[in-house]
Write a protein that binds this ligand. Sequence first.
Ligand SMILES: [Zn+2]
Ligand SMILES: [Zn+2]
Length: 310
Amino acid sequence: MDLLFHRDVVVANLASGSRGNCTYVGSPTQGVLIDCGLSTKQVLQRLDQIGLGKVRINGVMITHEHTDHVASARILSDRLRKRQGKPVPFHMTRGTASNLNPRCAPADVVPIAAGISFTLGALKIDPFRLPHDVADPVGYLISLHDVNVGVITDLGRTTRLVEQQLSRCDVAVLEFNHDEQMLMDGPYPWALKQRVRSAHGHLSNDESEALVAASATPRLKHLILAHLSEENNRPELALAAAARGLHRAGLRRVEVCVASQRQPMGPVEVRAPTEPSKPPRRARPPARPHTQPPAPRPREAQLPLFSRYS
Ligand SMILES: [Zn+2]
Ligand SMILES: [Zn+2]
């Protein structure tokens, strides 16, 4: 059981929407945050609320410089360093770093580039370009024990690359930002409506439905609807669009939930494939009873998940 526990992959959205975004991806004991757009107090409180209060945060991945994704970076960076006794790296593109509000800048920035994947301990992290109205935004595909988790929000349209990344996901945190009609009938000024609808704004329910229909594969187990607009969308409309998309993709067994601005989502846990990367074993001759020492525990279960920062 111990081994299985260590191979669970945990995904928990702490908040999602224009007032703050933050998602945890990792094991039950350590992992990374994607974005930190809500206060440090809220990040830590919400982790605690869903039973992840003791997880070690080994890095923070920033998608872009909008405040709802980066607001607490400086203070969170200080707090994590004190809590964990070491600086915690904040990964972001150079474009994001140079356009960050200096009041948000964290202590330890590690530059990354779209299209260049890297590892952080056992995590493989693949940042990829998104179309959004900032300097150099990225989404992330994070792999642990052969389980792929995609965080794909803040994009005005889909691209071939986004479709490819979604097709690889076991768990997808995917933007369902607005209902087109609600946006057009709603209170936003005209210029803001045009910005949201543009190719560098946000995905509508219909656009995300089409993306799911075109790209989700039987690999997908959990679909988390994210970055819903509080003024221009309703959870039931986003859920209906997601259901249509999954139906069109021929997928019947995907668990769908809506990430909320106000409260953290209970963690999604995915059991990793039992032997992800080892070649198939050859059949062993039957063991002679009482003469063999007990088999050693697989080493993987004893290795720390993160070596560089833990
Ligand atoms: Zn945003
Ligand atoms: Zn944004």
